[in-house]
Design a protein around this ligand. Structure first.
Ligand SMILES: *[C@@H]1O[C@H](CO)[C@@H](O)[C@H](O)[C@H]1NC(C)=O
Ligand SMILES: *[C@@H]1O[C@H](CO)[C@@H](O)[C@H](O)[C@H]1NC(C)=O
Ligand SMILES: *[C@@H]1O[C@H](CO)[C@@H](O)[C@H](O)[C@H]1NC(C)=O
Ligand SMILES: *[C@@H]1O[C@H](CO)[C@@H](O)[C@H](O)[C@H]1NC(C)=O
Ligand SMILES: *[C@@H]1O[C@H](CO)[C@@H](O)[C@H](O)[C@H]1NC(C)=O
Ligand SMILES: *[C@@H]1O[C@H](CO)[C@@H](O)[C@H](O)[C@H]1NC(C)=O
Ligand SMILES: *[C@@H]1O[C@H](CO)[C@@H](O)[C@H](O)[C@H]1NC(C)=O
Length: 366
């Protein structure tokens, strides 16, 4: 394309800038606009469960979303944006999380355009092991089903872009996971079919199966957000006399350590497998110890009063005034502020206590 050299009119300048940025980006080989696919539980759900029949794990009612644009309760388990949103924002190219798979399916004609921008499969209440969430919430989209939904999307992308272009697209895309907490919660609540050691092996092996399935479908860049200190969330403290529940925290830590070993092993056995694992246990414990600007790191901002302490977040229950002062929005989930802090750490921190072997920002560019 020949371009005359004369002072460009604003329109021409805009076109020039647009073309130049495309070339500049591809010249560096650092195209960053490949999409992000998200798997997980309520920490990542951006509206999946609104579309799941008979599912009671929902955040589509006030005061959820009180700080979201338009005060909309979108299904995010947060006062505003959740961790899926804050991570993709910082990774760049997104204003918030890609849309839920089920919403794209319902959107019909928008499906094709949607999937090229990434998909969020996460479902509140879901676990790594199939069946987790069902007895507590009726119906959720298990990790296995999320992977099956991805298989459909992969087929659609391949049909759209063609085989080898589709494969390159999926290889360059990033896959983010935040799941496992519900497995641990259920293990702690219900009668135990196995020892803690067997349990850790079981969910690690289950995780590995899901990741290998995705690898075999062409995924290469795996960003894993591991288990936070679940024993310190307000609901668990309620049952431990206000302290962090040590046994739950011990199990959370053991799962993180085991996931880390599994991922290291996978990267040395599967060609091209790249990963980053976020130590949310350490991140959250550091916030609980050092506050980092939060005024309350113990109780939930939005929760009804219960004999144990705090319960559901819904309209009419006590609500704190300054949401940004709280680590916890409800009895399970971080506030938007806490999600932003977590996202900035895992996207760009160099501290191996928090993120290793590389951060999410480097993984995306890898
Ligand atoms: C498709 O996308 C357009 C533009 O974003 C939106 O206005 C429309 O409501 C979407 N259609 C469906 C069925 O979701
Ligand atoms: C709905 O959930 C309840 C448990 O909350 C379960 O007993 C029932 O079988 C579920 N129904 C369907 C159609 O999934
Ligand atoms: C996506 O793939 C599924 C399964 O192959 C198919 O049923 C569906 O029609 C495809 N969607 C589009 C929009 O091509
Ligand atoms: C994990 O335990 C469940 C029973 O809770 C079992 O069905 C499943 O096969 C086990 N998975 C692995 C990988 O061992
Ligand atoms: C839990 O751990 C804390 C700190 O290590 C300790 O002070 C406390 O006694 C422990 N509680 C129980 C019930 O083991
Ligand atoms: C590493 O992975 C291989 C192949 O998947 C497996 O056979 C082996 O048991 C794993 N080792 C560890 C320490 O997990
Ligand atoms: C973070 O994790 C490492 C290794 O898992 C541990 O040695 C260290 O003490 C932890 N730091 C904090 C602040 O929890």
């Amino acid at each position: 394309m020949a371009m005359e050299f004369r002072p460009p009119k604003p329109m021409l300048l805009m076109i020039y800038v647009a073309i130049f940025s495309v070339f500049a980006a591809s010249a560096k080989g650092g195209r960053t606009n490949y999409p992000i696919f998200i798997f997980g539980d309520s920490t990542m759900d951006v509206g999946t469960n609104n579309l799941v029949d008979n599912c009671s794990a929902r955040a589509d009612h006030p005061y959820y979303g009180i700080d979201y644009p338009g005060h909309q309760a979108t299904g995010r388990f947060s006062n505003g944006l959740n961790t899926a949103d804050t991570i993709v924002q910082l990774l760049g190219g997104y204003e918030r999380s890609p849309l839920p798979y089920l919403a794209l399916v319902e959107g019909g004609s928008n499906f094709t355009r949607g999937i090229l921008n990434g998909v969020n499969f996460a479902s509140g209440g879901a676990g790594l092991v199939k069946g987790v969430g069902l007895s507590l919430y009726g119906q959720v989209v298990s990790m296995e089903e999320q992977v099956q939904q991805f298989a459909t999307v992969r087929g659609n992308i391949s049909a759209l872009l063609g085989g080898s272009k589709g494969e390159r697209f999926l290889r360059k895309s990033m896959y983010i996971f935040s799941i496992g907490s519900n497995d641990i919660m259920e293990y702690m609540i219900f009668t135990k079919p196995m020892t803690p050691e067997q349990f850790v092996i079981n969910i690690t092996d289950t995780y590995a199966i899901h990741l290998k399935n995705l690898y075999s479908m062409g995924a290469r860049k795996f960003g894993i957000i591991s288990i936070p200190p679940l024993g310190c969330c307000p609901i668990a403290r309620g049952f431990a006399g206000g302290n962090c529940a040590n046994d739950t925290n011990t199990l959370s830590r053991a799962c993180h350590d085991s996931f880390e070993v599994m991922l290291e092993n996978m990267s040395s056995t599967l060609k091209g497998f790249k990963y980053s694992i976020a130590n949310t246990y350490n991140m959250t414990m550091t916030i609980i110890t050092s506050k980092f600007g939060f005024k309350d790191v113990v109780s939930a901002c939005c929760a009804e009063k219960t004999p144990q302490g705090q319960g559901d977040c819904k309209e009419g229950v006590p609500l704190c005034e300054k949401r940004d002062d709280y680590l916890f929005w409800d009895v399970f989930h971080p506030s938007q502020k806490a999600s932003q802090l977590a996202a900035s750490t895992l996207v760009s921190s160099q501290d191996p206590n928090f993120i290793s072997p590389i951060n999410f920002g480097s993984l995306r560019k890898a």
